[in-house]
Design a protein around this ligand. Structure first.
Ligand SMILES: [Zn+2]
Length: 273
């Protein structure tokens, strides 16, 4: 996938220096827009491997969000009422480095974040199939969980129990995944999530019959990995997000934040299949 990353970088720089970036940025800032960023892991130093952003890059990205955008909570997303670009930061899975590397940065900047927890990983120390690399930064400790519980910037969302993709399950199994994970979060953190993120979250992982299951478990919004910005046409159970997990370059970050390069993401997903 390295070649595609380089390709992405080149296209991003062309867009940035061509002026297309600035035109779009000015238009979105005037009209109002909402972007949901998704991260997975934060690595020490520079990052650059798989779905990991380097901690210094993450820090710079959050500085940009705090200074040039409007950080919002998930329920503020749809009201892009005023001017400027609203940003919701989300983290998927719940690896330990979220608690140790991302959370201090988010707290310092007072940026709200939704942590979509795969409960078998977060509470039962079981690896999920998506894990790129197993190291001592994988499983959160009881202390980490307590910190998140006390934090004023963290909301917890549901990301299933075992991280199996909805496309490979019966609707009964989807229901079981939600029941188990809602119960685990309730037990460990004393709250009931109202938001959900589909594991993998590509178009084929969404399903119409899941809406009834979401309602049953009081889930009001479901986030995907389909690239794009949130607008008035966005469906509550199919919210697009901008993938920032592997983004270790400032220009690429800025260009993607405006919802550009979506075609490339779709191409990458097709090649990975
Ligand atoms: Zn995930």
């Amino acid at each position: 996938m390295r070649i595609i990353y380089w390709f992405e970088l080149i296209i991003a720089h062309l867009i940035y220096w061509s002026g297309a970036y600035w035109l779009r940025r000015r238009r979105l800032e005037q009209e109002g827009a909402s972007a949901v960023l998704v991260y997975h892991r934060v690595r020490e130093g520079r990052g650059g491997v798989g779905r990991m952003v380097g901690e210094h890059n993450f820090e710079a990205q959050m500085a940009y969000v705090a200074e040039h955008c409007r950080p919002v909570e998930w329920d503020g997303l749809v009201n892009a009422d005023g001017e400027g670009i609203q940003v919701l930061v989300t983290f998927d899975d719940g690896y330990r480095d979220f608690f140790t590397r991302a959370l201090p940065v988010l707290e310092r900047r007072n940026i709200p974040v939704v942590l979509f927890a795969a409960t078998e990983l977060v509470f039962n120390q079981r690896l999920i199939e998506d894990t790129d690399e197993a190291d001592d930064e994988v499983f959160p400790t009881a202390d980490d969980l307590e910190k998140a519980k006390q934090s004023s910037v963290v909301s917890v969302g549901n990301h299933t129990a075992t991280h199996r993709f909805f496309s490979g399950l019966s609707i009964k199994e989807c229901d079981d995944e939600l029941a188990r994970s809602q119960a685990a979060i309730q037990q460990h953190l004393g709250l009931r999530p109202k938001v959900f993120a589909y594991p993998r979250g590509r178009k084929q992982d969404l399903r119409d019959d899941a809406a009834a299951v979401f309602k049953k478990h009081s889930i009001q919004a479901a986030f995907t990995m389909i690239p794009g910005l949130v607008d008035t046409d966005t469906q509550a159970y199919a919210i697009p997000r901008v993938g920032m997990s592997h983004v270790n370059n400032e220009v690429l970050f800025k260009v993607k934040l405006l919802g550009m390069l979506n075609g490339l993401v779709n191409l990458k997903n097709r090649l990975k299949r």
